[in-house]
Design a protein around this ligand. Structure first.
Ligand code: 4AD
Ligand code: MG
Length: 479
């Protein structure tokens, strides 16, 4: 029977009364042949288990090594030592699984680096840092569903395999069962996908938005929350080939409603983890503060992690247009001193260095940029009357850059078709998407929040590979 066990987090919050308890977990450390620090992933705080001297034979004691798993029964008593309120005075100790200290790759004594931990990502859950990260990740996912549920949005499961390229950027992973060695060819030499599993070229989705629009234009308000895939070869600390995205889509909604929702959503997520994951956030804040000490003064952030999150809760995001953003950049000391690597002029896609200048140096707070040039944005965005810009909005945050991308959608059939033709989007194949504009079209809008980017923001981690359990990046799909 395993379900009589009590989790460490619960035990640590229990008033000791000499009651008998059963606890299971993995050994973090064993001191003086007497004090076992036991952890089961429910909290970073270990439970102290005391094995009375002389009560256990040498053979058993030798097997209590870091990483070994134990079942302990004993009495919960007030701790005599410092650092914990309670401890378990062991009556029986059973080794569930031994852990050879000579071959165990996780030696916590000498603080393994994050880089090393990526190489043993199958074991890194057992560290304090990753324990905190994955508890926060769970909380953010849970809070996401709670937020949209409270607002009456329906959770729509959009397909993972699709035949369309939602973003029109051609960064897709193909899904195929055709043989690699003799692929069937058409007369003109191109691959004959009619012989493929789906009878057509198909791929992993880059976004659930287009299908989300189909749902929203009948159900009013939906959201998706699923994995998305991009074969963009950007080996940065902010890009994954497989990442999770939350995409709400709302009928009867314009750009301003959209921005308001995105802002409220981000605040809700932050408030939720502040309320439910305080201990883990404080641990991560401490970790970040130590990491920052290694950096030159000028590169350190002015606020600690918790202060930064509190700041976001209490301050409105700055809203500016793309044109204003370009003007600010052109006026900036950074531009004048030629500090930007990439060119700045109206029409460019804002680079990470530009985004970070705006949020970290100029406004020192999250910024929502609207009205991007149509030529750097997707075909579905609503065209503004100036003929040059679209009703797009990106949310940029300190330390990361873009965390949300969204827009009001082009609901006018003629405008949408014309834009698709200009951008070489296959209009005939997208008949189903265009039907929403043919039959009872409505103003509607939505956005996508990159879940791992949000994780970076909330945890203060700096590499996106450290906020997803099993990162997929160019040339890397281990585990
Ligand atoms: O700006 P993106 O490409 O927008 C869309 O996909 C729209 N269909 C969303 C919508 O309007 N429904 O991506 C949205 C967000 C970005 O702001 C970023 O946070 C994240 O997804 N993102 C990535 N995160 C990790 N790795 C990548 N390769 C990412 N690409 C985008
Ligand atoms: Mg974007």
């Amino acid at each position: 029977m395993f379900n009589t066990r009590v989790k460490v987090a619960a035990l640590l919050a229990t008033t000791p009364d000499n009651q008998e308890v059963t606890v299971m977990g993995w050994v973090r450390s064993f001191r003086n042949n007497q004090f076992i620090a036991l952890n089961d992933g429910s909290t970073n705080n270990n439970l102290q288990v005391v094995a009375e001297l002389g009560a256990y034979d040498e053979d058993l004691l030798k097997k209590i090594t870091p990483g070994a798993s134990l079942k302990v029964t004993g009495r919960l008593i007030a701790s005599l030592g410092k650092g914990q309120a309670v401890e378990v005075k062991a009556a029986t100790i059973e080794i569930l699984g031994e852990c050879n200290p000579d071959t165990y790759p996780l030696q916590l004594k000498n603080r393994p680096s994050l880089e090393y931990l990526r190489e043993i990502a199958h074991l890194r859950f057992r560290t304090n840092t990753f324990g905190a990260i994955f508890r926060v990740r769970h909380a953010l996912a849970f809070a996401t569903h709670q937020f949209f549920n409270e607002k009456g949005f329906l959770y729509l499961h959009t397909p993972i395999i699709t035949a369309s390229d939602a973003e029109g950027a051609g960064e897709m992973f193909r899904v195929s069962t055709l043989p690699f060695d003799h692929t069937p060819r058409k007369e003109d030499g191109t691959i004959d996908f009619s012989e493929d599993f789906f009878g057509r070229a198909s791929n992993l989705t880059v976004s659930g938005q287009l299908e989300g629009e189909l749902g929203a234009t009948a159900l009013s308000e939906i959201y998706t929350f699923g994995p998305t895939f991009r074969a963009e070869n950007s080996n940065t600390a902010r890009h994954l080939a497989e990442f999770w995205m939350i995409e709400p889509e709302m009928a009867f909604c314009d750009l301003e409603d959209n921005m308001n929702l995105a802002e409220a959503f981000i605040r809700y997520l932050i408030q939720y983890v502040m309320d439910h994951n305080r201990e883990d956030l404080e641990f991560l804040a401490q970790r970040l503060a130590e990491e920052e000490k290694q950096r030159p003064q000028a590169e350190r952030s002015e606020l600690g992690l918790i202060e930064k999150l509190e700041f976001v809760l209490t301050n409105q995001f700055q809203r500016i247009t793309y044109t204003q953003a370009i003007d600010i950049l052109l006026e900036s000391p950074a531009y004048k001193k030629k500090k930007f690597q990439y060119e700045v002029k109206w029409g460019i896609d804002l680079q990470s260095e530009h985004e970070r200048y705006l949020v970290e140096k100029h406004f020192k707070k999250p910024v929502i940029v609207t009205g991007y040039p149509k030529d750097i944005k997707a075909f579905y965005m609503r065209q503004n009357d100036d003929g040059k810009t679209v009703a797009a909005m990106d949310i940029l945050v300190p330390g990361i850059g873009e965390i949300v991308g969204g827009s009001q959608r082009e609901e006018r059939l003629d405008r949408l078709q014309a834009r698709m033709q200009e951008m070489h989007i296959p209009v005939e194949e997208m008949w189903w998407y265009l039907d929403t504009r043919r039959f009872g079209t409505v103003p509607h809008a939505g956005f996508g929040l990159g879940f791992e980017r949000m994780m970076l923001f909330v945890t203060g981690m700096t590499n996106i590979r450290d906020v997803i359990a099993f990162p997929r990046t160019p040339k890397s799909a281990e585990f």
